[in-house]
Design a binder for this molecule. Structure first.
Ligand SMILES: NC(=O)C1=CN([C@@H]2O[C@H](COP(=O)(O)OP(=O)(O)OC[C@H]3O[C@@H](n4cnc5c(N)ncnc54)[C@H](OP(=O)(O)O)[C@@H]3O)[C@@H](O)[C@H]2O)C=CC1
Ligand SMILES: O=C(O)C1=N[C@H](C(=O)O)C[C@H](O)C1
Length: 240
């Protein structure tokens, strides 16, 4: 396949290496300084675009791909206020758009464990839930996209919670899941869910040891998406 990399930073580089090792070609490596190179590309020669850039850049890159009929796999976090607009454009143009806050298989298993645990905790009184996420200091957004997905999984199942808030912000309320974001190098990504009570604590966590799992997941989805249409997610891709 011919793969366009929108964003060629820490993730883009690993994705490019994995894609080439799996026999794919890289149609372009787009960063902020060579953004205008997009105009030189022939979209009909691109099988799929993989977008790992920055929160402020994602919407424009995704729109470019959908408007040019290029299926797009998006890992960038921190731009979700525009997701509804992207979904509407995808449907209007009959395009293919895939977003995941986390492409690693381990985290996607962790998402399912989180949902199961929150269902059990909904039947139990006396515990207060919270989320902690730890990432490297170059991360631009907080909380992490993964922490937001985890919070959504809890809100879906725990009847006493209907929102989330970042620790230290003023909108903290009893019905809100508090997320603490820590920035410590070189953490590739750690997420911890805690249920605390006077009697005991229950804790589940996922720790990424490198960016390899995120990057491989994005390439596997890119290999899968060209034959698919619409707004797609890990639930469509994974069989669990
Ligand atoms: N979903 C998942 O599984 C994962 C998601 N992520 C997310 O992916 C994103 C990227 O992470 P990471 O690679 O670590 O970040 P980096 O900062 O290392 O890389 C981002 C790159 O995007 C480039 N960029 C900036 N503006 C544009 C633009 N308009 N078009 C194209 N590229 C642009 C930057 O270029 P320049 O340096 O020139 O400014 C930089 O090279 C983040 O949002 C992160 O949260 C990360 C890991 C896993
Ligand atoms: O910025 C990162 O590095 C990561 N971002 C994603 C997120 O915001 O959840 C996924 C992963 O944790 C690494």
């Amino acid at each position: 396949m011919n793969i366009l990399l929108l964003g060629y930073g820490k993730m883009g580089k690993i994705i490019g290496e994995i894609a080439e090792s799996r026999g794919h070609s890289i149609a372009g490596k787009i960063n902020i300084e060579n953004k205008s190179d997009l105009d030189l590309l022939d979209p009909s020669q691109i099988d799929v675009a993989i977008e790992f850039s920055q929160p402020e850049a994602a919407f424009e890159n995704i729109s470019w791909a959908i408007n040019h009929g290029v299926p797009i796999v998006v890992g960038t976090t921190g731009w979700l206020d525009k997701k509804k607009e992207v979904e509407a454009l995808t449907l209007e143009k009959e395009g293919s758009f895939f977003y995941a806050s986390n492409f690693s298989v381990g985290v996607n298993i962790f998402f399912k464990v989180n949902e199961l645990l929150s269902k059990l905790m909904n039947e139990t009184k006396g515990y207060e839930v919270s989320i902690e996420e730890i990432h490297h200091t170059a991360k631009k957004d907080a909380p992490s996209g993964t922490a937001i997905t985890l919070a959504e999984g809890i809100i879906k199942n725990l009847s006493e919670k209907d929102s989330w808030n970042l620790a230290g912000e003023t909108n903290s309320q009893e019905n809100s899941v508090e997320i603490t974001s820590k920035r410590i190098d070189p953490a590739p990504g750690t997420h911890i869910i805690r249920y605390k009570s006077e009697i005991d604590d229950i804790e589940i966590s996922h720790t990424a040891h490198s960016r390899q799992g995120f990057a491989l997941g994005a390439v596997l989805v890119a290999e899968w998406i060209p034959s698919k249409k619409g707004v797609l997610s890990m639930d469509d891709f994974l069989s669990f």
